[in-house]
Unconditional design. Structure first.
Ligand code: CP
Length: 337
């Protein structure tokens, strides 16, 4: 893919060499994401951050990434604070906002909405999550995290064994992750979900076509044995037509330290795109795992910044100019977890 000037809407756009390129730029940006140096390479550029659905990580890390490259951020954080609430169409919104911004990140509850917006936009648009469809930047940071975590155990993505747990029907992070893993070899995916929340058939077929070994089970203990990564997800209550139906599936698959100890191989890495639902009736990832060194969820969230910085650098064509506009920072914060 030619990143420069492209919309980033789906993992379908990527091949392995695109991902290697992105991760190599991300690695080179580590001194900036860890605040050893600052760069002004995007000075004067404006990110339009358009979030028509709640977000903590995606919105803030995209904004922080743009700021770290020297650019500015203008935000909409809900439909009610935009003129969509007055009946303005997404197309008109795109035509107007792309006059004010150099790049736009958008999240919206409807599948396909970000693509529709991008078609009307005069600047590149990055999909920050469209309904239950896709969350491509999440899959990129998830894969970056998987690679980093596996390398600690001298393993690589080819040959990965991963368990995907929870709401595989509505979880867009899982959908994009399945697509990205389809680019690698010798992958085994264990799909662990209630029958009603199984991975959509089209995606399951895509996995089979990519020669991925797929094992389906409703039994958490059985599914998390003999894997390198457990990737837990939240029941996506907001996607259910009747929210009361979601309650039936909450709390069915809680991973805690005793289940982990009894069933997992040593060094099995625990991931979650977050937010996890920590309310008593859900609690899919128990807080007693805080002390487990293989709990990678906060390292995973941290990686969102450097991967999103790399995306901006490539799409805006400045990946080779970052150091030219850099200097050391004047402050120091210790963020060790
Ligand atoms: N992982 C993720 O998309 O988190 P937010 O909903 O907080 O952005």
């Amino acid at each position: 893919m030619d990143f420069s000037g492209s919309h980033i809407l789906s993992i379908d756009q990527f091949n392995r060499s695109d991902i290697e390129k992105l991760f190599s730029v991300a690695d080179s940006l580590e001194p900036y994401s860890s605040k050893i140096k600052v760069t002004r390479v995007l000075e004067g550029a404006i990110l339009g951050s358009m979030f028509f659905e709640p977000s903590t990580r995606t919105r803030i890390s995209f904004g922080a990434s743009f700021n770290l490259l020297g650019g500015n951020v203008r935000e909409i954080t809900e439909v009610g604070s935009s003129s969509l609430a007055k009946g303005e169409s997404l197309i008109d919104t795109a035509k107007v906002l792309s006059g004010y911004s150099d790049i736009i990140v958008m999240r919206h509850p409807d599948e396909g909405s970000v693509q529709k917006f991008a078609e009307a936009s005069r600047v590149p648009v990055v999909n920050g999550g469209d309904g239950a469809n896709e969350h491509p930047s999440q899959a990129l940071l998830d894969l970056y995290t998987i690679e980093k975590e596996l390398s600690q155990n001298k393993k690589s993505i080819d040959g990965l064994r991963i368990a995907l747990v929870g709401d595989l029907k509505y979880g867009r992070a899982v959908h994009s992750l399945c697509k990205i893993l389809s680019l690698y070899s010798d992958i085994t995916i264990k799909l662990i979900s209630p029958e009603a929340l199984k991975l959509p058939v089209k995606l399951a077929e895509q996995l089979t076509k990519a020669n991925i070994e797929v094992i389906e089970t409703e039994n958490l203990e059985e599914g998390i044995s003999e894997v390198d990564i457990i990737y837990v997800t939240r029941i996506q209550e907001e996607r259910f037509k009747d929210k009361k139906d979601a309650i039936k599936y909450k709390g069915l698959m809680t991973l805690n330290q005793s289940i982990y100890t009894a069933n997992c191989e040593p060094n099995t890495v625990i991931m979650h795109p977050l937010p996890r639902d920590s309310r008593n009736d859900a609690n899919e990832l128990d807080s007693d795992l805080y002390e487990n060194p293989n709990l990678a969820i906060f390292r995973q969230a941290d990686n969102g910044v450097v991967v999103r910085m790399a995306l901006f650098a490539l799409v805006l064509g400045v990946e080779n100019q970052i150091n030219k506009f850099s200097k050391p920072v004047n402050w120091k914060i210790n963020r060790d977890l």
